[in-house]
Structures are given as C-alpha cells and as structure tokens.
Design a protein around this ligand. Structure first.
Ligand SMILES: [Zn+2]
Length: 62
C-alpha cells in the first residue's frame, strides 16, 4: 500500500509513476467508526444516521 496526499477534495482515478499505472482509491480512516450506523468519521454519541443492527465482532469495543 502506498499513501499519497492530494490537495483539494478530489483525486485522480489513476496515476502514472514511471512504468507503474496505479488505480487510486480513497483512504478511509476506520479508527473513528460509529458503533450505531457503522460509518466512519463520527462516533455513536454524535450519530445522526438511523442505527443498524449488526453482529458484534470480537475486536469492537462495547
Ligand atoms: Zn453513525
């Protein structure tokens, strides 16, 4: 995995580095994941989305 930073709010779909043709995907930091709706970027305390039911995974805090 290579992490690149682009200025602005969009990124190209592909970049060329020498002979490499790389597909670019957005990096999502899952370290802040809501335990109510399971989206990233906010906590359950600040969630405004409808909560989803899910099976508790062993690495998720309760
Ligand atoms: Zn949420």
């Amino acid at each position: 995995m290579i992490v690149l930073t682009f200025f602005g709010s969009t990124h190209p779909d592909y970049i060329h580095i020498g002979p490499l043709h790389l597909h670019i995907k957005a990096f999502i930091d899952w370290s802040l994941q809501c335990l109510g709706c399971y989206e990233s970027g906010h906590s359950k305390k600040h969630c405004t989305n409808p909560h989803r039911s899910a099976v508790a995974l062993p690495w998720m805090p309760t």
